[in-house]
Design a protein around this ligand. Sequence first.
Ligand code: URA
Length: 216
Amino acid sequence: MSGGADTTSSVTVIDHPLIEHKLTLLRMATTPTGEFRRLTREISLLMGYEVLRDLPLQPVDIQTPLEPMTARQVSGKKLCFISILRAGNGILDGMIDLVPSARIGHVGVYRDPASHLPIEYYFKVPDDVAERLTIVVDPMLATGHSAVAAITRLKRAGARGVKYVCLIAAPEGVAVLREAHPDVPIFTAAIDRALDENAYIRPGLGDAGDRLFGTK
Ligand code: URA
């Protein structure tokens, strides 16, 4: 794909220099919570530009200082962002900056510490999710189990046009998500080396939720 994105099948690594620079700062162990949050929001906003490239537009009659015209504007009503709790909320902030009128949903999935399998504890999405472009956000695509569980649940609720956005993906997570949901395009800012024995992405950035919310 032209315009700063390298596409392999349904996985797009959005490789803009500003995104890479900010991601480097995000990865640094010394980056404090406030800065981490701000960078996550900025990267998400920059990624959103690419992810939302095919956003539907609707005509609107407006008046310029010189004459009336029919222009086009984004229909926020046709879009919803779904945050996989809790770390997804960090990405949500940047996406909402781009499309303030978008509807928002939340899926709560935690990773069982022993099995690393996803357990759903919360699900609230717009009633008409079936009629919307649905953008699922979570900073780290690690094992892929949470992403698969969240998207499976969303599809059961009617979601059809689903995209998945993360900041860093592990090759293992990409494979799992593509296998389970080949129709879902994945957008990421980086694909890292591998998962470690604790299912952390290496080199990664540590625990995104803890770093976003300062809980460690
Ligand atoms: N979740 C995180 O926050 N970090 C990882 O490296 C993997 C999963």
